[in-house]
Design a protein around this ligand. Structure first.
Ligand SMILES: Cc1cc2nc3c(=O)[nH]c(=O)nc-3n(C[C@H](O)[C@H](O)[C@H](O)COP(=O)(O)OP(=O)(O)OC[C@H]3O[C@@H](n4cnc5c(N)ncnc54)[C@H](O)[C@@H]3O)c2cc1C
Ligand code: FES
Ligand code: FES
Length: 1386
């Protein structure tokens, strides 16, 4: 019985005098289980098999391959191929995408597909060829066209997603050299980019489509002229007369042609190996897990008979994450992917029979062929399945995941179960005892994760029958994000109608996601048989469904009421679909109003289109001067080839150790004991560090606010770091960390929400207040008063590269080098020095680049660095810290949730006389940057509106959650959101379009003052606003939307526009400084160093452009290597949209100094070259090194008086978006967005447009789909991309136009430009307001008022539940309000 009982984690609770101790311990004995103790009777496995596969054309032979090892760690750590990135480790981001090729004897060809290397076990790669981003091209040899085009099209910002994107596209081209745009969209569906907003990536890849040799446009290019050339694009071209407007961000000519001869060939050795494949099984022994891969069905049967508890694995996409993330470790796993019978596909009289080990992609391809080739009546079931498969996971997962795995994982949120059951699939089961057939229905699934298969049985294949002429089939699913997301609820439905009649002969309905297993509403399916398919049936069906389907309000994942409403909504859709088809056949006279039909059309995922325009530099500017031109990101080629190094790509330093954090599982508790005895005994463990090991200060001080590095006595949130295990490898450190036993004594109070903090009066100081005019007086005289509130949820940064660093002690003078992913190198250096008790001059922090930061890598990374440095100091060895995605999300905090409570006075025409707003933010358990973030919210509360009497008060709530921190926009998106809600609600109450109310309240005077008395000129904001509405054709579209809404009952549209005024720079004036060091070498090359950090925003590229202008040398001769505290000390963080402003000025200053020194030489020998002048300078002992400094504006706010010069200047813009919602499901589609942005005189229009688009799409996430869920115990449950959805390609508006305002010059910043990093995030709110307008239209149909609460983000659940109708009513009457909710709104 050594093999039994694997993989269960038991939660042991020891209670004594109020103390509880919490430990996760495996109840299995497998850790003691040596591989020698496994006996396989069938196959003699005295020695493990030799694993053979190829990586980038090189043969890999592994004699002791470990079944636990995934390809990602093999590539990165053993093969040194760090181009493939770790973003999540769970298949949810695509950063680790590689191509796997195999020879298929059945198809007699090599088959290429993308896989997620983080889930791909190496032992199942026997006989395969892996190609990584390094294998397709390089800057040293030749770029692959895919690499070249994504780079040139500005599709790589931070670059962390880029190798994955490249490999998805490359694999597509290997399979289809001239893909369609839909092919590209599908190929990239499983790749997340957090920076670009996807448009430029698509633009680069579009160039591979035969019909897409033109840029983003109507896609009718091909032979004739495209819309871009003849002005047909729907974004109104208001600059048609002007010739200095360009829409070209990269030249379309001169691309490297796609040359298949550049591709690595499939290794002939593998071909021979596969053709000669023997029937032997493969066997791999790991330390904890063993894997057998039989190649004959009989072997599999024997193995299953002998080891019935050994799980089978196909794609490893369910088992893998469980092993990796949950430590669920079976001692023996049986891989089924080598057995031909399980991979067979046969078409027969009864339809399609697919082997259980066929991938979901294979199934999809077969079904796609069938619907094209076969008559419609036979393929209805196949169409329904395809409908599901199109949205199921991303391409990589579909390539790996098997049909057997999807069904037999018995997870009701997996989609295939419901639709397969509905179409009456049959499972062919096989075991040593024989074969049997099982109907695929609810009886197959006995509980979550359990099926009716006997332990020794294997699923051989599944038969999917043809549809019959009078069968009607459909499938439905609804998820947080339309694609690449697990469904909340999925459904499959089939009705058989008696031929020539409207009578139901049989009804099959299945729901997933409404309970722990697949649910068949029995009564509904039985009682409706024999009845006509008509309105009475619908009423009765709903009645039965209400009884049949009971969704508990504490259902895993929450959203009980919403799920229940989807049960009705899906059936209603099915009902209408069937009526429609029956009417077409003349067997139904049920009335189906025309306005109902749109409910039947699922949203089509389109390839985003759009225009980007900017003003060309003046003709007088030298062609050699790059400023103002769209230059490619400095490292784009390196990023696209995987050569770009991030901190975790640096090779291990000799003797390097790994650190893993141990965090609190309690929200507020006293630490009674930390038992390290087990952990310290674990293999590879070197030490555990905690507060007592910190030689200096255990406190992170930030403006005098302390935060402990290690909790010493008490914990204040789940996720607080208590100690950290240091071991020889990351696996060893992780495993040992799980064995640290902490005993707590729970303390009171414990609360997590803003509301509860208000009740407890739990606030941080200082509180803020600003007032213009006399709000109380004005409110007394106002015609109308409105009191309301708006809640806005937080946001996870989800930078693609998780936080981490390497701390390297130099072994002399206590010197320490840090290679960190930080936006604030100086703070990291300072804190490490304080923790170690060592002066900053011994600590050097290096930052090459960040895989995204967005404000999240300023504060916590400094603490992590100090902790890691303590470990390095203690052990005297280099220590690497690399947070796993789940820990990163748990520990590092994100954007603050806000609650804005307001009272406004306004008149009937929509003029706002007075507004009194209290902002509450949830700051978490320590202050961090919360008070500065609140300042920014308050300072932005007027946005673009001249509200004569305006008061803002800001209170940061102290709760027992991980501390919230900076996030792109820094309180701006929250502050602006509240005032825009005020405007929206006032407009609704006045019966006016919100844009009209926005328009009449806007600042207009050239000399305007903010509510804190800062002078500014709003002209460009008004210009952006007017231009945006004009380009968007707002008025006409508003009319069209009204028409659409009046003729559609279940789909509604809404449009909304907002202006924006956003302050740039730090309101703490001393931060507004920048420094640079410019060195010229004797060969004429220039090395620039500055205090900013490159995190994708292109700060280095802009700095090089600036240096190039001043020094008059080409950009190619200027290089920026890294940010280093030893070169440029005391730098401010790269934040506040101020990076280029400060650094650019400093670089300019340094270059000008150098030019002043060189000027005499140039004058003397004007005919000389740059190199000669430099050489002359050297020989004349002229220094070729200069520092530059920028002393920025003296901004400050006097909070006593509530006035000041908070910002140096404002960036303006306006955005208009249109959405369509599905009132029955809450799904929404972003139809179109137009943005006009004032970035002054852009230094690099391509980078600026990239910031606008990327920021906007991050805002799309913030205001519509990104939802963090906390348990009632304060545990963050959304800890990975499976639970937390950031925008994917499907969320980009189908039409997305971005225009940079022309003729704008900003005298306050470098070369008349403006900072742009943060402002565009707020534009995502246009979708929120458009959604709210659309919901109001839906509510009108029910006679409901158009004022209703809607908090941000406007998720599918909230949209659906706000569109109240008979179905939501039926759903809500079922809910039992006493159950513990799944999650709370914090
Ligand atoms: C990022 C991500 C996104 C996803 N999104 C979706 C989604 O939107 N919709 C959806 O439906 N699913 C989704 N999934 C789940 C995915 O479809 C399943 O993980 C996959 O289908 C399981 O197949 P597998 O071959 O990888 O299973 P494995 O992990 O290899 O095995 C899973 C289980 O199936 C059993 N099993 C496998 N083959 C057999 C067999 N022949 N006989 C008996 N038992 C067998 C195993 O014992 C095991 O318990 C997603 C997964 C990931 C990682
Ligand atoms: S790291 Fe593999 S998908 Fe995210
Ligand atoms: S460029 Fe895509 S994640 Fe940064």
């Amino acid at each position: 019985m050594l093999l039994s009982g694997y993989g269960k984690w038991n939660r042991l609770n020891f209670s004594a005098q109020g103390m509880t101790c919490d430990v996760r311990r495996s109840d299995s004995v497998h850790e003691d289980l040596t591989t020698q103790s496994l006996t396989f009777k069938l196959i003699s496995m005295s020695s493990p098999s030799e694993l053979i596969f190829f990586v980038n054309g090189k043969k890999v032979v592994e004699k002791n391959a470990d079944p636990e090892e995934v390809l990602l760690s093999f590539l990165r750590r053993k093969a040194g191929l760090t181009g493939t990135k770790y973003g999540c480790g769970s298949g949810g981001c695509g950063a680790c995408t590689v191509m796997v090729s195999r020879y298929s004897c059945h198809q007699e060809r090599v088959v290429h597909c993308t896989v997620n290397a983080c889930l791909q076990q190496i032992v199942t790669l026997h006989g395969a060829a892996v190609v990584t981003v390094e294998g397709i091209g390089s800057t040293k040899t030749k770029l692959h066209p895919v690499q070249e085009r994504i780079a040139k099209a500005h599709g790589s910002q931070c670059g962390f997603c880029t190798p994955g994107m490249v490999m998805s596209m490359y694999t597509l081209l290997r399979n289809k050299p001239q893909p369609s745009m839909d092919d590209i969209r599908e190929a990239l569906g499983g790749n997340i980019c957090r920076c670009t907003g996807y448009r430029p990536i698509l633009d680069g890849f579009k160039t591979f489509c035969e019909s897409e040799q033109t840029s983003a446009c109507c896609q009718n290019g091909g032979g004739g002229k495209c819309c871009m050339e003849n002005g047909m694009n729907s974004s109104k071209n208001i600059n048609s007369e002007e010739s200095d407007i360009s829409e070209e961000l990269f030249p379309m000519d001169n691309f490297l042609p796609l040359d298949p001869s550049q591709d690595l060939i499939f290794p002939p050795e593998l071909l021979i190996m596969e053709k000669k494949r023997s029937g032997d099984a493969l066997y791999f022994q790991g330390q904890r897990v063993n894997l057998v891969a039989p190649s004959e069905l009989s072997h599999l049967m024997e193995l299953k008979a002998e080891h019935p508890s050994a799980p089978l694995t196909g794609g490893n996409t369910t088992i893998g994450p469980k092993m990796l993330l949950k430590g669920n470790l079976p001692p023996l796993v049986v891989y089924v992917g080598r057995i031909p019978e399980l991979r067979a596909v046969t078409w027969g009289e009864n339809g399609l029979t697919v082997g259980a080990a066929c991938s979901l992609s294979t199934l999809k391809e077969e079904l796609e062929k069938a619907v094209v080739e076969m008559e419609e009546a036979r393929t209805r079931g196949y169409r329904a399945m395809l409908q599901t498969l199109q949205c199921l996971a991303g391409k990589q997962i579909r390539n790996m995941a098997t049909i057997g795995g999807n069904l037999l994982s018995a997870n009701p949120t997996y989609d295939l179960g419901s639709v397969s059951a509905a179409v009456d699939c049959t499972l062919h089961i096989i075991s040593k005892d024989g074969t049997r057939e099982l109907s695929l229905n609810e009886k197959l699934f006995t509980d979550f994760g359990k099926t009716a298969l006997r332990p020794n049985e294997v699923l051989l294949s599944i038969n999917i029958p043809y549809s019959k002429p009078w069968e009607f089939v459909a499938s439905y699913r609804q998820a947080q994000r339309r694609e690449f997301a697990f469904s909340f609820v999925n459904a499959g439905m089939k009705v058989v109608i008696r031929e020539g009649s409207d009578i139901v002969e049989s009804l099959n309905i299945y729901y997933g996601g409404v309970g722990s297993t697949l649910v068949k509403p029995r009564q509904t399916c039985q009682q409706l048989v024999g009845r006509p398919w008509g309105e009475n049936l619908l009423t009765e069906a709903c009645h039965f469904l209400k009884e049949d389907v009971d969704v508990s309000s504490s259902i895993h994942g929450g959203r009980g009421e919403y799920r229940k409403s989807l049960v009705f909504s899906f059936f209603f859709k099915f009902y209408m679909q069937v009526v429609l088809e029956m009417r077409e056949r003349g067997v139904s006279d049920v009335d189906l109003p025309l306005e109902y039909l749109s409910a039947l059309k699922p949203f089509k995922n389109e390839v985003p289109q759009g225009q980007q325009s900017y003003q060309l530099v003046s003709g007088a500017q030298s062609s050699a001067d790059p400023v103002g031109r769209p230059s490619m990101h400095q490292s784009a080629f390196q990023q696209a080839t995987g050569e770009a190094k991030y901190y975790d790509d640096l090779p291990p330093v000799k003797g390097e150790l790994f650190i893993f954090m141990v965090t609190s599982t309690r929200a507020h508790a006293k630490i009674i004991n930390v038992d390290l005895s087990v952990a310290l005994e674990m293999p590879g463990v070197v030490t555990v560090v905690s507060a007592g090991d910190v030689p200096g200060s255990n406190c992170r001080l930030w403006f005098n606010n302390p935060e402990e590095l290690f909790a010493s006595e008490e914990v204040f949130c789940v996720g607080q770091i208590i100690c950290a295990v240091v071991a020889e490898s990351r696996e060893q450190a992780r495993r040992a960390a799980q064995k640290v036993l902490i005993t707590y004594q729970d303390l009171q109070p414990v609360f997590f929400t803003i509301e509860d903090a208000i009740k407890h009066k739990s606030y941080f100081e200082p509180k803020r207040e600003v007032e213009r005019g006399d709000v109380d007086e004005a409110l007394k005289t106002a015609e109308h008063i409105l009191e309301d509130e708006i809640y806005m949820g937080g946001q996870e940064h989800f930078y693609m590269e998780t936080q981490g660093l390497i701390a390297v002690p130099r072994g002399e003078n206590n010197e320490m080098d840090l290679f960190a992913s930080t936006q604030h190198a100086a703070f990291t250096q300072e804190l490490v020095g304080m923790a170690l008790g060592i002066e900053s001059n011994k600590i050097t922090c290096h930052v090459k680049r960040l895989g995204g930061g967005f404000g999240g890598k300023v504060m916590k990374i400094a603490s992590l660095s100090a902790i890691t440095a303590v470990a390095a100091h203690k052990t005297g060895r280099a220590v690497r810290c690399c947070l796993e995605r789940g820990d990163d999300m748990l520990i590092t905090g994100g954007r603050h949730p806000f609650l804005g409570k307001y009272k406004v006075g306004y008149n009937s025409v929509g003029t706002i006389i007075a507004a009194d707003i209290i902002y509450y933010s949830n700051g978490g358990c320590t202050l961090d940057e919360s008070s500065f973030i609140m300042d920014k919210a308050i300072l932005h509360m007027d946005n673009g509106y001249k509200i004569p009497n305006l008061r803002g008060r800001g209170v940061v709530c102290k709760t027992y959650l991980p501390s919230y921190t900076a996030f792109r926009g820094f309180g701006g998106p929250q502050g602006l959101m509240v005032i825009e809600s005020v405007l929206h609600e006032v407009a609704v109450r006045c019966g006016l379009p919100p844009e009209k109310v926005r328009d009449i309240n806007m600042y207009r005077e050239e000399q305007s003052y903010t509510h804190y008395k800062q002078l500014f000129c709003p002209t460009n904001m008004v210009r952006c606003w007017n231009e945006c509405l004009e380009r968007a054709d707002y008025e006409d579209r508003l009319g069209a939307i009204r028409l659409f809404n009046s003729s559609n009952r279940w789909k509604k549209r809404g449009i909304a526009a907002v202006p924006q005024k956003f302050g740039v720079g730090f309101s703490k004036g001393f931060y507004n400084q920048g420094a640079a060091l410019v060195n010229i070498f004797k060969d004429g090359s220039v090395l620039v160093t500055h205090g900013g950090t490159e995190m994708g925003q292109g700060i280095n590229t802009k700095a090089i452009q600036i240096a190039s202008r001043v020094l008059k040398v080409p950009m190619s001769s200027i290089f920026i290597k890294e940010t280093c505290t030893g070169n440029v000390p005391n730098a401010a963080p790269s934040a506040a949209s101020f990076g280029t402003d400060s650094v650019g000025m400093a670089v300019k200053d340094a270059c000008e100094k150098l030019m002043r020194r060189l000027k005499p030489l140039m004058k003397e020998n004007p005919q000389n070259t740059w190199k000669q002048w430099v050489s002359d300078a050297f020989f004349q002992k002229i220094s070729l090194s200069a520092t530059g400094f920028f002393m920025g504006p003296a901004t400050n706010v006097d909070w006593e008086k509530g006035e000041g010069q908070a910002y140096y200047y404002f960036t303006y813009g306006a955005c208009c978006s249109e959405v369509e919602i599905d009132c029955l499901t809450g799904d929404h589609k972003n139809i179109r967005t137009d943005i006009v942005m004032d970035v002054g005189k852009s230094i690099n229009p391509a980078l600026d447009i990239g910031q606008v688009e990327g920021g906007f799409v991050q805002g799309v996430g913030l205001y519509t789909i990104e939802e963090l869920q906390f348990s009632p115990d304060g545990v963050l449950m959304t800890r990975g991309p499976s639970q937390y959805k950031v925008p994917a390609l499907c969320d980009v508006p189908a039409e997305f136009n971005v225009h940079l305002l022309t003729d704008s010059e900003n005298p306050h910043a470098i070369y008349l430009s403006k900072g742009i990093g943060e402002p565009p995030v707020f534009f995502g709110s246009t979708l929120f307001f458009a959604i709210k307008a659309a919901i109001a239209e839906a509510r009108k149909e029910k006679g409901l008022g158009d004022t209703f609460p809607l908090s941000s983000p406007a998720t599918a659940e909230k949209i659906r539940m706000a569109c109240q109708d008979q179905f939501t009513e039926m759903a809500s009457s079922q809910t039992n309000g006493t159950a513990t909710p799944w999650c709370i709104q914090v």
